[in-house]
Design a protein around this ligand. Structure first.
Ligand SMILES: Cc1cc2nc3c(=O)[nH]c(=O)nc-3n(C[C@H](O)[C@H](O)[C@H](O)COP(=O)(O)OP(=O)(O)OC[C@H]3O[C@@H](n4cnc5c(N)ncnc54)[C@H](O)[C@@H]3O)c2cc1C
Length: 465
């Protein structure tokens, strides 16, 4: 059988692309190397606790994630952020500084000096940048909000979101909305007020009762029959009817179009014989190692209120933890009554060695560091460690040029498409947005759907309305 579309990779990106195309009546196959779908969206129940190995929250600022939830009819499983989230904590040296989550939190807190807060308030008066040169996040924030805000707030935030370095990451690629606010309104502050966004995370972040993996699992269930797990694609080559895929377990497959929904280094190696410019651009996108250390405690072991999403560490604070989340505060149903959980993040850009320590050492070091910061007594009830050899792609300065080269693949090689977290945003929501755009492009490229719809029906594939 010739498929309309073969999708390599069964993470959020690949599954969403497949879901949209299948709903359009296309003959679709998803090939996933692992035994389960979801990519790095893995939610695991352990003794009544829920460990998220990868993403922990979705954000309503990218509406596509909520839309997909509605399409899949799983709105009843949504969870808003817990009411216990009252502060954000920044760790500077050995101290956690609690800051109110309202928009005015940074102005009211003594965490920034008076001078630093004045600089923040006068952002509205700063001149707008006049050239279009790509700029680092650090340079932009220094220019608009001052160096204290850049180093004590933005740098830890960038390390938390991207496992990245604000000096190296491109504002235009990583935070395009901030750049547009400056261009359009002359000031980020004015842009935020105009957009009417709430500064409070509780109004924006959500998850599911059984974790983020609910999304890929439900997508896969809706497409049962057209997903092959445990099937790694070894190579892709041209074929008279489109492309031939050589797989590890399922022999060869033929498809008219291919979507590469894999990590950039995998896309680079599969694309090398097909399109040198895209392969080179994808190979140049780094994704540093990152470890997630999950620790479970009885509530009475931890003196700290844990009244937050968690904390972020300012560079030079000592220790190995970049930041930590408090899952049992963030969402209901994350720990049994009377117990709490903490997820710490170690590694990222410039911190490879720490991420690659062995898992026992990591758990031990993280527990010791948290014990000092959060006043924890005794040992954790249990700990688990997930080590991502390549975590989050780095949108470094010049990233947009790589993206343009990769996205133009289908113009040089008709029928070949790339989608994923290294193109239009790293968040799950951005991956969904990107995947839907990829599916639309393929629908435009393939002939009228009426020709293939009956075959889909024969294969017993249900297109959910
Ligand atoms: C620790 C961590 C925390 C995060 N936290 C958040 C968060 O809180 N909120 C948020 O929105 N985002 C978060 N993210 C980012 C987000 O999770 C990812 O960007 C997103 O899940 C990526 O999805 P994807 O489908 O593009 O890629 P992936 O999930 O990487 O999927 C790619 C898939 O391709 C498969 N594959 C690879 N090679 C082959 C092959 N040869 N043949 C077949 N299959 C192959 C892989 O097995 C994998 O399943 C986090 C990421 C990490 C690592």
């Amino acid at each position: 059988m010739t498929y309309d579309v073969a999708i390599i990779g069964g993470g959020i990106s690949g599954l969403t692309t497949a879901y949209d195309l299948q709903r359009s009546g296309r003959r679709v196959i998803v090939l996933e190397r692992q035994q389960t779908v979801g990519g790095n969206a893995i939610s695991q129940r352990i003794n009544g606790f829920l460990m998220e190995h990868g993403p922990t929250t979705l954000n309503t600022l990218v509406p596509q994630a909520l839309e997909l939830t509605k399409n899949l009819d799983i709105e009843n499983q949504l969870l808003d952020l817990g009411l216990g989230v009252r502060k954000r904590y920044l760790r500077d040296g050995g101290t956690l500084h609690g800051i109110g989550i309202k928009r005015t939190g940074f102005l009211m807190s003594p965490y920034l000096s008076v001078r630093g807060r004045l600089r923040l308030m006068t952002e509205i008066l700063r001149p707008r940048k006049t050239n279009n040169e790509d700029e680092s996040i650090h340079a932009f924030i220094c220019r608009r909000f001052g160096i204290e805000f850049a180093e004590k707030i933005m740098a830890p935030l960038v390390a938390g979101i991207f496992a990245g370095d604000a000096h190296k990451l491109s504002l235009q690629s990583a935070f395009p909305k901030l750049m547009k606010m400056e261009q359009q309104f002359g000031s980020v502050t004015r842009g935020v007020f105009n957009a009417g966004h709430s500064g409070e995370p509780g109004k924006r972040l959500f998850s599911f009762r059984d974790g983020i993996a609910t999304l890929p699992k439900t997508l896969a269930n809706a497409m049962a029959g057209c997903i092959k797990t445990g099937t790694a694609v070894k190579s892709v080559s041209k074929h008279p009817q489109g492309y031939r895929l050589e797989t590890h377990r399922s022999g060869d497959l033929i498809a008219r179009t291919i979507v590469f929904a894999v990590q950039p280094h995998v896309a680079a190696s599969l694309l090398e014989p097909l399109d040198e410019p895209a392969a080179t651009a994808a190979a140049a996108i780094d994704a540093p190692p990152l470890s997630v250390i999950f620790l479970a405690y009885a509530r009475q072991q931890v003196s700290h209120r844990l009244d937050s999403l968690g904390f972020l560490s300012v560079a030079g604070s000592g220790g190995i933890i970049n930041g930590a989340q408090f899952p049992s505060t963030m969402f209901a149903n994350r720990a049994p009554d009377g117990f709490v959980s903490i997820s710490a993040y170690v590694g990222g850009s410039g911190n490879h060695d720490a991420a690659c320590l062995n898992s026992n050492d990591l758990s031990h070091l993280v527990h010791r560091e948290l014990s000092d910061l959060l006043e924890i007594s005794g040992e954790p009830i249990f700990s688990r460690c997930r080590q991502w050899a390549r975590s989050i792609p780095q949108y470094e300065i010049g990233h947009s040029v790589k993206v343009s080269t990769i996205e133009a693949l289908h113009l040089r090689q008709p029928g070949l498409y790339v989608t994923g977290n290294y193109l239009g945003g790293v968040s799950v929501g951005s991956c969904i947005e990107q995947a839907r755009a990829t599916a639309s492009k393929i629908n435009c490229y393939l002939p009228d759907v009426a020709q293939v719809a009956p075959a889909n029906a024969r294969a017993g594939i249900s297109a959910r309305a």
